[in-house]
Design a protein around this ligand. Structure first.
Ligand SMILES: [Zn+2]
Length: 177
């Protein structure tokens, strides 16, 4: 079912935009990091036993795509990206320049957020800070605040398993992020 697993960490491949790769931590506290990969797979895992925590590495739609499918889970994010979860207009203000985006394109985006993302305003339950140790039971991860791509961008270091989840930090031609 998983492309890669180590300890209690399961990697779920997401493919390309509007999806991203994500992690399922199958531990005492069942957790998704970036639930935006494979909707069917995510829901199947959730139906086995409910997901208790969802973590977003940052506030881009291709990382919180399926947050709304887990309304009862606690949401953990960096505080600097919090406005985008609270209010769709704050999200658009953060990432869309009205001068660049015409009315037609804006309507397309609004439809996408209504029909695909099924955006629901949400107050995060926990703000993650640089150096926080997240304890899921047997699994521990250290949150690393890595701003640049997004003010609240986070990476997660699973020291025991020697895994570093980099999210959108990618050293490709398009740039250092
Ligand atoms: Zn991003």
């Amino acid at each position: 079912m998983f492309d890669f697993e180590k300890g209690r960490i399961r990697f779920i491949r997401g493919g390309k935009y509007p999806h991203c790769h994500g992690i399922f931590i199958e531990d005492e506290i069942r957790t998704f990091i970036d639930p935006a990969s494979d909707e069917k797979k995510l829901l199947a895992i959730h139906h086995e036993r409910p997901i208790q925590v969802i973590i977003n590495s940052h506030g881009h739609e291709d990382h919180f795509l399926y947050n709304s499918r887990f309304p009862d889970a606690s949401l953990w994010v960096h505080e600097l990206d919090a406005p985008g979860y609270r209010d769709i207009n704050l999200f658009f203000n953060l990432f869309f320049d009205p001068e660049d985006v015409g009315e037609e394109e804006m309507t397309r985006w609004q439809n996408f957020f209504r029909d695909v993302v099924k955006y629901e305003p949400r107050e995060p339950d926990r703000f993650l800070k640089d150096g926080d140790i997240l304890d899921f039971g047997e699994t521990r991860a250290k949150a690393l605040h890595t701003p640049g791509h997004c003010p609240g961008h986070l990476c997660f270091h699973f020291q025991e398993e020697k895994i570093l989840f980099l999210s959108d930090l990618d050293f490709v031609k398009a740039g250092p992020y």
